[in-house]
Design a protein around this ligand. Structure first.
Ligand SMILES: [Zn+2]
Length: 316
């Protein structure tokens, strides 16, 4: 048993297992349930990712397809994993050695412009929404959007953030343009998360996904957190190694981010992870490296799971 509790704030595995027709228990991707259970505890956010091909043609139908398939997988594995929306669920799952699944949405297109779909998603178990993927939509401009330099949240996007918070759904800014990011910070009352974004001061990625220091500090002030993304191309310009993961963590720590750093590995959504990291089975290497560098056990636990548990309001 690996002696860590892991909270990973982002993966695309729910979409992947539907598309490639593999199973949650055991599959060829970066992440499956059998590997989660190698750890002392595992809390995984599963994003319903609405890819551009579905963004225009029936994004809600796509969301439902991902959700239904995932429910089926949860049912098949109900002795090993549990959908968690509140503190009691997480406590119960961890106490009987089950993994915890948290649902998130990546791509606000799925709301199809109707804010009453937000309480519906909350009922379905969703706890976070990223308003866009890379491109602009009716809610916001995305990091690679055509209007990213001129516009941020639309009036509907601002209302969506308010409605989300009323329904217990957290805003995820990971794919937003910088203008949209600041509009979310201005609009949100509670914590704001970047579930899978690194430091732009360490490496300015071509997709403009990484966070400037000012952005990260705003997340810290909101009581939120940023999840370290393991995509090679968001870590460094060359072939990334574990040391690059550490550089991003160290930089956020230097900004006072002790309570606002977590993992957002982006597994099953990325082509290439750092050298030596094949999938979730190797996440222990990150925490072993932290221990080797002299990080306290307390800090390692904050980064491995406690910070994101707090941001989601899970008091365990
Ligand atoms: Zn993403």
């Amino acid at each position: 048993m690996k002696p860590y509790v892991i909270f990973d704030a982002h993966c695309d595995s729910a979409s992947r297992i539907l598309d490639v027709k593999e199973e949650l228990w055991n599959n060829k991707g970066h992440l499956d349930l059998s590997r989660m259970l190698e750890y002392r505890g595992y809390i995984q956010c599963f994003a319903a990712f609405i890819s551009p091909e579905y963004a225009k043609s029936g994004p809600m139908a796509r969301l439902r397809a991902i959700w239904q398939n995932f429910q089926k997988e949860l049912e098949k594995n109900k002795d090993r994993i549990m959908l968690c929306t509140q503190t009691g669920d997480v406590k119960q799952a961890l106490s009987c050695q089950k993994a915890c699944a948290i649902l998130t949405l990546e791509g606000g297109e799925a709301l199809e412009g109707d804010l009453e779909n937000i309480p519906l998603l909350a009922q379905m178990g969703f706890r976070a929404i990223g308003l866009t993927w890379n491109h602009d939509n009716d809610l916001a401009t995305g990091c690679l959007g055509k209007k990213a330099d001129r516009e941020g949240l639309t009036p509907l996007g601002r209302k969506a953030v308010v409605r989300m918070e009323e329904c217990g759904i957290l805003p995820d800014v990971s794919h937003l343009s910088e203008r949209s990011f600041w509009d979310v910070i201005e609009t949100a009352k509670g914590p704001v998360m970047a579930t899978h974004s690194n430091s732009a001061a360490v490496y300015r990625d071509p997709n403009r996904r990484n966070l400037t220091d000012q952005q990260f500090l705003a997340i810290v002030r909101s009581g939120g957190a940023a999840g370290i993304n393991l995509f090679n191309n968001f870590l460094s310009a060359g072939r990334a190694a574990l040391s690059d993961v550490m550089r991003h963590i160290e930089h956020f720590l230097a900004l006072g981010g002790e309570n606002s750093i977590g993992l957002g590995c982006d597994f099953d959504g990325i082509d290439l992870a750092p050298k030596g990291i094949r999938g979730i089975q190797d996440l222990n290497l990150i925490f072993e490296e932290m221990a080797r560098l002299g990080y306290s056990g307390e800090l390692i636990q904050k980064i491995s799971h406690q910070n994101f548990l707090r941001v989601f309001g899970f008091e365990i």
